[in-house]
Design a protein around this ligand. Structure first.
Ligand code: PNS
Length: 158
C-alpha cells in the first residue's frame, strides 16, 4: 500500500491545499494529512480546530487520515511507514524552500522521499498567510478557501 504524507500548517486550509490533496489521491492508496505546529508562526486556528476543519473538508474521501504531530517530519514519516511526502509547488520561491527542506530531510533520513506537485495555475497565488491577512482586515476569503473554512473564519472572528 502506497502511503503519502501531506504535511503543513494548514492555518487555514486553502483551495490550493484541496487541489494537491485531490490530485495526490490519484497516485497513492492512502493520504495522511499531517498538521504540524510551526514554532515560527503565530497560529490563527489551534491544531485541534485545524484538524476538525480538514476532516470536514475531506470527509467524502475514505482513504484520507487527518493527524497532527509536533516533532520532525522525518521522524513522523518513519513512524507512519510512509513512502513519501508530497508538497505543493507554487513558484520559484517555494522551489528554493522546498528543495532545501527535501535535502535536509534526506540528511536526517536517507529513505526520506519528497514529491513536489506543481500547483494548479489558478491556485498559484493563494497562501494561508494571504487568507489570514484578508480575513483579519475584514475582507472576503470565500474565493480562496473551502466553504467550511470561510465559515470557521467568520465564527473565529465573531
Ligand atoms: O504549511 P507550512 O507552514 O509551509 O509547513 C511547513 C512544515 C510543517 C511542513 C515544516 O515546517 C516542517 O516540516 N515541520 C516539521 C519540523 C521539521 O521537521 N523541521 C526540520 C526540517 S527543516
Amino acid at each position: 500500500m502506497k502511503i503519502l504524507v501531506f504535511p503543513g500548517s494548514f492555518d487555514p486550509l486553502t483551495n490550493g491545499h484541496i487541489d494537491i490533496i485531490e490530485r495526490s489521491l490519484k497516485i497513492c492508496d492512502k493520504l495522511v494529512i499531517a498538521v504540524f505546529t510551526n514554532v515560527a508562526k503565530k497560529p490563527f486556528f489551534t491544531v485541534e480546530e485545524r484538524m476538525k476543519i480538514i476532516k470536514e473538508a475531506v470527509r467524502k474521501y475514505n482513504n484520507i487520515d487527518v493527524d497532527s504531530f509536533s516533532g520532525t517530519l522525518s521522524d513522523y514519516v518513519e513512524m507512519k511507514n510512509a513512502n513519501a511526502v508530497i508538497k505543493g509547488l507554487r513558484s520559484i520561491v517555494d522551489y528554493e524552500y522546498e528543495t532545501q527542506m527535501a535535502l535536509i530531510n534526506k540528511c536526517l533520513n536517507s529513505d526520506f522521499e519528497t514529491l513536489l506537485m506543481i500547483s494548479d495555475e489558478k491556485d498559484s497565488y493563494i497562501s494561508s498567510s494571504a487568507v489570514k491577512d484578508i480575513a483579519l482586515n475584514g475582507g472576503n476569503v470565500e474565493k480562496f478557501v473551502p466553504a467550511v473554512v470561510a465559515e470557521a473564519i467568520k465564527n473565529k472572528l465573531k
